[in-house]
Design a protein around this ligand. Structure first.
Ligand code: PMV
Length: 327
């Protein structure tokens, strides 16, 4: 058991293709991006688990309950899966000592960029390394279990990409497989400013599927086909085709009811500014939009144009490292 603080960090992600349909078994394509959450864990002398995060949510968990230190009721929803992750990691080492975990993040929260998965992955890794290190597969599996606290149908895609990094194909049955891109992907991520709850959007799609079973099967087949073509386009570096496929994927997301007028406005704006394609990323219902740019200049133009309209936009690069241990 180590008394010094241990640090781990994990990246944010975008879903390039296949969100929502991945919950029902079709593959998705994801990419880790260069935004991170860093978790610093240390042993406490009591039996409390204290989580402090720089997004304004902090809480103290004891055997009998919890106390919000910062952030009100919203803090509980954010911190519960992280608390579960920390307890899980500690429990598997058969330890019961108190722990303090401090989280620092530059991942925008609640817009589909995987901030929750990155926090779980980084926290588990930091706590794990206090006792002994299990390795990435173990950490990813534990993080997936904790993520299911927020929405029980979670596909697990976010945890995989945050743990292993890079660009990957993910499916519930087959797990993740890294993809080598033939050309650098330049992505521009803009926020609608509307925070979403992944759990309720997944539930909205579940109801849509229940009420439109035949239609959903057809849409899933289309999503599957788009993913297969997109995989090929990424490997061949055919970014024009990739852009068109992104916009095609967006039409499916619109049909299952997870787009939003602000997301549509951002997509139009990005395409008018020269994007090769654009779509929502993640659960939708607001959240974030990704746009694919042909060049660095186009990427800057798209960002300028969305920022001019008051949207928060970041130009991102692919993170190839995934989970990193140490500061
Ligand atoms: O939490 P988000 O916004 O990154 O969305 C997760 C992606 C979904 O496909 C909607 C759900 C899932 O579990 O894969």
């Amino acid at each position: 058991m180590k008394r010094t603080a241990h640090v781990a960090s994990a990246p944010a992600k975008v879903i390039l293709f296949g969100e929502h349909f991945v919950v029902y078994g079709t593959p998705a394509l994801l990419a880790a991006i260069n935004r991170r959450t860093t978790a610093k864990a240390r042993i406490r002398d009591d039996d409390k688990i204290i989580i402090k995060s720089d997004i304004g949510a902090s809480a103290e968990y004891t055997k009998t309950g919890f106390k919000i230190l910062q952030g009100g009721r919203k803090a509980k929803a954010i911190l519960d899966p992280i608390h579960d992750a920390i307890r899980r990691a500690r429990g598997e080492h058969r330890q019961s000592t108190g722990l303090q975990v401090e989280l620092k993040s530059d991942i925008p929260y609640g817009i589909g960029l995987g901030s929750s998965a990155a926090s779980c992955v980084a926290s588990i890794a930091a706590v794990d390394s206090l006792f002994d290190s299990h390795g990435k597969n173990w950490i990813c599996d534990r993080a997936m279990e904790s993520e299911r606290i927020i929405h029980k149908n979670s596909s697990g895609a976010d945890c995989h990409v945050s743990t292993y990094g890079g660009i990957m194909q993910y499916s519930k049955d087959e797990g993740s497989k890294k993809i080598k891109a033939g050309k650098q992907l330049r992505l521009v991520v803009s926020s609608t400013g509307i925070l979403h709850s992944t759990g309720s959007l997944v539930e909205r799609v579940r109801k849509f599927r229940e009420a439109n079973q035949r239609k959903f099967v057809g849409l899933s087949e289309q999503a599957d086909m788009i993913c297969a073509k997109a995989l090929q386009a990424i490997e061949l570096g055919n970014i024009e085709t990739l852009g068109l496929l992104m916009t095609e994927n967006q039409q499916l997301l619109k049909q299952i009811g997870v787009s939003h007028s602000k997301a549509e406005a951002l997509i139009t704006l990005s395409l008018q500014a020269g994007a090769l394609g654009a779509k929502i990323t993640g659960a939708g219902g607001g959240g974030a939009v990704i746009a694919l740019a042909r060049s660095r200049k186009d990427s800057a133009n798209i960002a300028t144009s969305t920022r001019k309209q008051g949207y928060e936009t970041i130009e991102v690069q692919i993170d190839c490292e995934g989970l990193v241990l140490g500061s």
